[in-house]
Design a protein around this ligand. Structure first.
Ligand code: G1P
Ligand code: ZN
Length: 543
């Protein structure tokens, strides 16, 4: 076996986005494309010789091929050991857990999260640091810089590693350990939640359905929910991970998790429904004919954390991404703990958790998590909910309604306009920025614009500044409209419009969110000139 140095030329488009490098599979299949990016990672992180790397992905098309390439490159770049999930599988939160538990130098996660998979669909790669969290912007910028000047990469000439058999092999002088992708993670969940209480809830006739969407969480949910917690066989649906997610779009929301939604809104619906995404870090929570918005879910977990073993000692603080509703802010106020508002993307929570400033954090995009790992965690959120339900013995809907009655309700919705011509999308954003002065103080029906800005964030831990994180139109009653361009799309531009209106009046809490936000949506379309500038009169997805 010999190490080969292969000469190559840079690709200009390897800038990591909100969550690593995401491209269509054929882009990754170009000769040297993946190799260049992996070498750029290895060069930027400068891992000391003999270090341990964690490797795995969500099982999508190209996962296995990429893993073989990365293993051989890791061996040629001086890693001592790679822990790789059996079959190349590791959910994103499980990868984070494994990195932390085994004190690895870092990990490479292969996933395009909730984006479809298949030969013509999406693939992605990102590096996570030794804290288990996504690399900071300093590191991702270094990787990008490296990718623009790369001239060669190193790879070991060797046969492929058998990924389906647990145990150790060697690759050159590097050890490869194929690990059970579930066991470390399941153990961590068992330490945080009261499995006995959840087991007795399920024994008492409480019914649940978990939709793994043919994605990575299938084996995790089968082991934890059916095997360890004793839910009826079949409680986990679409449990076998498939390379193309069964042709579906593995994004747990009301549009894409339609199999589950039909069950939860049908006759004889179970008491609890949940789904997670391609790589297992997102979650959707449903009660019987009832949808819990991710922003409300975060607020509710914070408000009920004292009932749950792993969090009963109190929360250091909470954090939410800027577009996430302010529901959790009011819980933080009541608990007298700090609440941080960060830019979109999980990487901004890492520093806060490492510095022990926050325990729980979340995003409106169906992501919730805590300091147990450094990624958002879909199954963790489901177990947190089940633990609360086991203690409170009320329905999901009753718990949420009680919460609104106490704290008020933040009506919330997000409109996504996908696949827009980049110029038109940039035009909308520029037009909004140019309108700040005109909009300030303006009255729209009962809503008055208080301020407008382009959100920027100074990290309270390392002082780094992130600018241009989304246009905010802030109204005097606390309502908000936010416009932001996606950093994860792979085709054209995706414009996201986030709408939030606060309602203290309980007699209006029963309203449907779209109904309550109707006037607001019109204001958003009017001030952004979105329809005329993009030619779109309907959003692609509403969540
Ligand atoms: C989207 C979500 C964001 C999330 C990210 C990764 O990013 O909006 O909250 O952290 O996916 O799951 P965006 O496409 O908006 O940049
Ligand atoms: Zn994801």
């Amino acid at each position: 076996m010999s190490i080969r140095t292969v000469s190559t030329r840079p690709f200009p488009d390897q800038k990591p986005g909100t969550s690593g490098l995401r491209k269509k599979v054929p882009v990754f299949q170009q000769p040297h494309y993946l190799e260049n990016f992996v070498q750029a990672i290895f060069d930027s992180i400068a891992a000391p010789q003999g270090e341990t790397l964690v490797l795995g992905g969500d099982g999508r098309y190209y996962n296995r091929t990429a893993i073989q390439i990365i293993l051989k490159m890791a061996a040629a770049n001086g890693f001592g050991k790679v822990l790789v999930g059996q079959g190349g599988i590791l959910s994103t939160p499980a990868a984070s857990c494994v990195i932390r538990k085994h004190k690895a130098f870092g990990g490479i996660i292969l996933s395009a999260s909730h984006n479809p998979g298949g030969p013509k669909e999406d693939f992605g790669i990102k590096f996570n640091s030794s804290n288990g969290g996504p690399a900071t912007e300093t590191v991702t910028e270094a990787i990008f810089a490296k990718s623009k000047s790369i001239s060669s990469y190193r790879i070991l000439d060797a046969a492929d590693v058998a990924l389906d058999r647990l145990g150790e092999t060697t690759l050159g002088s590097m050890q490869v350990q194929v690990i059970d992708p579930v066991s470390d993670y399941a153990g961590l969940m068992e330490s945080l939640f009261d499995f006995a209480a959840i087991r007795s809830l399920l024994k008492g006739g409480f019914k649940l359905k978990f939709d793994a969407m043919h994605a990575v969480n299938g084996p995790y949910a089968s082991e934890i929910i059916e095997k360890r917690l004793g839910a009826a066989p079949g409680s986990v649906m679409n449990a076998v991970p498939l390379e193309d997610f069964g042709g579906g779009h593995p994004d747990p929301n009301l549009t894409y998790a339609h199999d589950l939604v039909e069950i939860m809104y049908g006759a004889d619906a179970p008491d609890f429904g949940a789904a997670s995404d391609g790589d297992g870090d997102r979650n959707m929570i449903l009660g019987k004919r009832f949808f819990v918005t991710p922003s409300d879910s975060l607020a509710l977990l914070a408000a009920n954390a004292s009932l749950v073993r792993g969090y009963a000692q109190g929360l250091a603080g909470v954090a939410r991404s800027m577009p996430t509703s302010a529901a959790v802010d009011r819980v933080a106020r009541a608990l007298n703990i700090p609440c941080f508002e960060t830019p979109t993307g999980w990487k901004f929570f890492g520093n806060l958790m490492d510095a022990n400033k926050v325990t729980l954090c979340g995003e409106e995009s169906f992501g919730t998590g805590s300091n147990h790992v450094r990624e958002k965690d879909g199954l963790w959120a489901v177990l947190f909910w089940l633990n609360i339900l086991a203690v409170r013995k009320q329905s999901v809907e009753a718990i949420v309604r009680e919460h609104w009655a106490k704290y008020g309700r933040n009506f919330y919705s997000r409109y996504d306009y996908e696949g827009l011509p980049t110029e038109a999308a940039n035009g909308v954003m520029q037009h909004l920025r140019d309108s700040f002065a005109v909009l300030t103080g303006k009255q729209f029906g009962k809503y008055a614009v208080q301020t407008c800005d382009d959100f920027s964030y100074t990290d309270p831990v390392d002082g780094s500044l992130s600018k241009g994180q989304g246009v905010r139109i802030l109204f005097s009653d606390g309502s908000r409209i936010i416009f932001r361009l996606s950093g994860t799309g792979t085709e054209g531009a995706t414009l996201r419009v986030y709408l939030e209106a606060f309602e203290a009046d309980v007699s209006r809490h029963h309203l449907d969110a779209q109904e309550a936000l109707k006037e607001f949506i019109q204001i958003a379309l009017h001030i952004s000139e979105l329809q005329t500038r993009t030619g779109r009169d309907q959003p692609t997805v509403v969540t």
